[in-house]
Design a protein around this ligand. Structure first.
Ligand code: APR
Length: 255
């Protein structure tokens, strides 16, 4: 913690790179958690594919509507809330997230790049144009249900969630912004990501190659940690407020 605080004190720009672990304490399950209820017999990694949508659009659309519903009932936790506080304390702060929830924005972060898209958007499966959803089309029961997706107003094909699925490319503008931020930062703080899904998982290596220091915050050791890397083991909602306190960034942050 002391070493991480020293590195931060010598830096001006911080990029936070977040994964599902940062939202776990807000009650959003990570990708390695087992699904429950209606979804128990499904593998989330299989549901997040164009093939699954082609095979059963109502299952996949229902699953994403249910996740959107889950996120809208969740609140940002201390880890999300800490990030804009680093900005208040004088650092230049940006967020690159693999998460499709909007908890960073709701915690007050202004500069958030979503490299895997967002649960809040929809687009046409065929013509890719964005689609608007009415409140009626967003309604879903507590435990979730299969729901036939609405149709695109331009080509009448099905709308799909505005997220990046396995085997799909990331949105080019988001990826370009992410690379620019990573190459220009002094410190990258990687929070709650297993680092297994490329190319986003390569972001810490990209930061190291550009001369930045990398701080990992995770419940578990995240592989080999080199000379310019620091591992802060623990839950993000505890470790980030401690780090903020250690650099003199004001009172303790709680959700
Ligand atoms: N605090 C810190 N770390 C945590 C916490 C917590 N409270 N809870 C879990 N973690 C860590 C886990 O130890 C794990 O390393 O968060 C990580 C979550 O890993 P994943 O579920 O694999 O999430 P992520 O890395 O975001 O996945 C990347 O995979 O399925 C795709 O597109 C999806 O964006 C996602 C990508």
């Amino acid at each position: 913690m002391q070493r991480a605080a020293d590195v931060l004190r010598r830096s001006k720009t911080i990029v936070f790179f977040s994964g599902a672990g940062i939202s776990a304490e807000s009650g959003i399950p990570t990708f390695r958690d087992k699904l429950t209820g209606l979804w128990a017999k499904h593998d989330p990694q299989r549901l997040e594919t164009a093939d699954a949508f082609r095979d059963n659009p109502a299952l996949v659309w229902g699953w994403y509507l249910w996740r959107r519903h889950q996120v809208s009932g969740a609140k940002p936790n201390a880890a999300h809330l800490c990030i804009p506080r680093f900005q208040d304390a004088g650092w230049e702060v940006s967020v690159i997230t693999q998460n499709i929830d909007d908890l960073h924005e709701r915690a007050g972060s202004l500069d958030v790049v979503h490299v895997h898209g967002s649960l809040m958007g929809a687009k046409c499966f065929a013509c890719h144009r964005p689609g608007e959803l009415t409140p009626d089309q967003l309604r879903v029961s507590e435990e979730g249900q299969w729901i036939e997706p609405p149709r695109c107003e331009h080509c009448n094909e099905r709308l799909r969630p505005g997220v990046v699925w396995f085997k799909e490319k990331m949105p080019e503008d988001a990826w370009r912004s992410a690379v620019r931020l990573v190459r220009d930062c002094d410190v990258l703080i990687s929070v709650g990501t297993s680092g297994v899904v490329m190319p986003a998982a390569g972001i810490p290596e990209m930061a190291l190659a550009a001369g930045a220091a990398v701080i990992h915050v995770n419940l578990e050791e995240v592989g080999w940690v080199g000379a310019d890397e620091i591992m802060l083991k623990g839950s993000a909602g505890v470790v980030l407020p401690e780090l903020l306190l250690a650099v003199g960034g004001g009172d303790n942050v709680t959700a």
